[in-house]
Design a protein around this ligand. Structure first.
Ligand SMILES: C[S@@+](CC[C@H](N)C(=O)[O-])C[C@H]1O[C@@H](n2cnc3c(N)ncnc32)[C@H](O)[C@@H]1O
Length: 289
């Protein structure tokens, strides 16, 4: 279902590559702006590989979102925002539901272009920063935020924006992984230094709950899936690492990435693994007070 929600969004639309930098507002302050630009450049570059990773890593996820939409008793015509929609895999699943009005928002024009080809007119798309959502107050019923919160310069600002744009009683659903879930994944067993990096950026569920309460939400539900279905083939994992297609790898130098890839190949070989289980995730559902 297509919905262009305001003239401002219609103007923003999905930018061309050459003008995306000017049109996407960054977070506040020079440091946040620098971080946002680097992150945007990273996602612009990896968009095609990222799009291949998603179904392999979170195979059953679209169904999971469908269940959430049902469980929350989402009404016909509900206005749903996928905050940090990436290449639009989950947005497309939501947009396929004729009863929802969907919008995808992302900082990266490269990711949005792929989302555009996937949702092709069934959803509005906005290139913007999640800490300054260009939507009117109380204009949404449900916000999904899937593997995005750890990228924020200010988690509090993102949550405050979700609170502002949701109607009273509306829901925010955040999906992320805990450090314990991530640590079990073969990549992190091969490269413990990456665990330290993830430790710094992942928001533990307790912190998300605390900050969401401060932003004006109640915690409705926290659920964890430790062993989702799906496996990643070894070859594909090597490709992901060597092409630096996970944002955590963008923080390493090229030779460090190669060392990580070799450690992981050795580990998989010594354990006789042709593919590995994907890592678990946590779903946190909040309701605006
Ligand atoms: C790990 S990907 C997740 C994409 C999608 N939700 C999914 O699960 O496939 C993170 C996404 O968040 C976007 N992103 C990162 N920081 C952002 C910000 N401050 N505002 C909006 N989008 C942001 C990135 O461009 C990227 O598409």
């Amino acid at each position: 279902m297509t919905q262009v929600m305001s003239p401002r969004i219609a103007r923003l639309g999905v930018p061309r590559e050459e003008d995306s930098q000017e049109r996407c507002p960054a977070g506040s302050g020079p440091a946040a702006r620098g971080g946002s630009l680097a992150l945007r450049a990273h996602y612009d570059r990896i968009a095609p590989v990222y799009d291949q990773i998603r179904p392999k890593v979170l195979d059953s996820f679209s169904e999971h979102l469908g269940t959430i939409v049902e469980t929350l008793d989402t009404r016909v015509g509900a206005r749903v925002l996928d905050l940090g929609c990436g290449t639009g895999r989950y947005l497309a699943a939501l947009a396929d539901s004729v009863s929802l009005h969907t919008t995808g928002l992302d900082l990266s024009a490269g990711m949005l272009r792929m989302a555009q080809s996937r949702v092709s007119g069934r959803s509005a798309l906005v290139c913007a920063h999640a800490e300054t959502i260009p939507l009117p107050s109380e204009s949404l019923d449900l916000v999904f935020c899937i593997y995005v919160d750890h990228h924020m310069a200010s988690l509090a600002s993102m949550l405050k924006e979700c609170e502002r744009t949701l109607r009273p009683g509306g829901h925010l659903v955040i999906v992320t992984s805990t450090i314990e879930q991530v640590k079990r994944f073969v990549l992190y067993r091969a490269a413990p230094e990456l665990v330290t990096l993830e430790h710094r950026r992942l928001n533990p569920p307790e912190k998300l709950c605390r900050e969401a309460r401060s932003a004006g939400f109640s915690v409705s539900r926290v659920s964890s899936v430790d062993a989702p279905p799906g496996r990643v083939p070894a070859e594909f994992l090597s490709h992901i690492i060597r092409s630096r297609s996970l944002s955590v790898l963008a923080r390493l130098r090229r030779h460090e990435v190669e060392a990580v890839a070799q450690h992981m190949d050795c580990l998989m070989h010594s354990e006789g693994l042709a593919n590995v289980p994907v890592y678990g995730y946590v779903t946190l559902t909040f309701q605006k007070d």
